[in-house]
Design a protein around this ligand. Sequence first.
Ligand code: ZN
Length: 253
Amino acid sequence: MWKIARTGALASVLLASCGSLNIYSDAELEPISLQAYEEATSQHPIVTSGPDHDMVQEVARRIAAVTGERFPWQARLLKADDVPNAFCLPNGRIAVYTGILPITRNIDGLAAVVGHEVAHATRRHGGIRMTQAAISSVALAVAEVGLELSEMDRESRAYTMAALGGITQYGVLLPYSREHETQADLDGIRFAIRAGFDPWEAPKLWERMAALGSSGPEFLSTHPDPLKRAARLRAAIPAILREEAAAIRAPIH
Ligand SMILES: [Zn+2]
């Protein structure tokens, strides 16, 4: 009981600290991103062939190509039909759980989810959240650059996994801030458009999530207000489409 209350309080402290300070470079986060990826993706079988595997690889490749980031990109589809979730760790390590595929429904819906998660990585939201955790001292070990996940105590480890990419399987739920969510929504739409996907699948996806209600996916618990964001996306998409079309027409300097 004490543990639960304490964790809740720590999460509030962490969420209350805002801003976009990031004290971690991509290179500093690289070892821990890789460790977190291996650990999180080892919890379920990795799907290595078939149409769903191919779709995830195609979406990840096309989205990665338009970000302008030279990350060591990786994408894995994890066989977990009861886990409707996806994440992207710092430096472009993407994981999609099979449980989200019935909700994404098609390749454009999947692109909406992957585009959104990738945007958290390109905006360095993981590093920013690690910085917030370090500053508020919720998990002291988080602040130590170069420390391996295996060397951390349980709490620091859980916070690190949650801060890096919203990985919730270690018992810490760390929703992204509204600011980070808005950035990821808009960047995600832009990536999807640039990669040739249908951006209108994004609001449809959030509406499908809303329809699932309180029994909805794990994805929803870290990404609240699905109907509001669907409405915001519907309003934002025409302007983003115009901007992207103008960028294509403009000469490259
Ligand atoms: Zn998000």
